[in-house]
Design a protein around this ligand. Structure first.
Ligand SMILES: [Mg+2]
Length: 131
């Protein structure tokens, strides 16, 4: 049985990065972008509205940051999405903070590609006990 396509919400205040993220998702196997948000607040709203399977979350956003938006999305979802935090910041500093907020993974933007996306998704699904 083929695995269902995972719906993806992209959150980043920079349009060029949202475009780049769309391209990475398009080149990855089994994902489809269903929405984009430019702020943490709109990410929380869209996550509630669209119930995506995966959220690609920038850290540095105007208003509430990506870590706070991650906490709010996870707290407010009956079926919480997998949240992958993406940032230009160093993984050393932000990976523990992303994990503390409940994110499944942290990927440095410079390393974000179909391989790292698929790997983070697989790891999150394995951790959740799903296939
Ligand atoms: Mg940003």
């Amino acid at each position: 049985m083929q695995e269902a396509t995972a719906s993806v919400l992209i959150v980043d205040d920079q349009a060029p990065f949202r475009s780049a993220a769309r391209m990475v998702v398009a080149l990855s196997d089994g994902f489809e972008v269903v929405g984009e948000a430019e702020t943490g607040e709109s990410a929380v709203e869209l996550a509630a509205e669209l119930a995506p399977d995966l959220v690609l979350m920038d850290v540095n956003l105007p208003g509430i940051d990506g870590l706070e938006a991650t906490r709010q999305i996870l707290a407010g979802s009956a079926r919480p999405p997998v949240i992958v935090v993406l940032s230009t910041y160093e993984a050393d500093e932000y990976a523990p903070r992303a994990a503390g907020a409940g994110a499944a993974a942290f990927i440095a933007k410079s390393e974000f590609d179909p391989d790292s996306l698929e790997e983070a998704w697989r790891a999150a699904k394995t951790a959740a006990g799903a296939s």
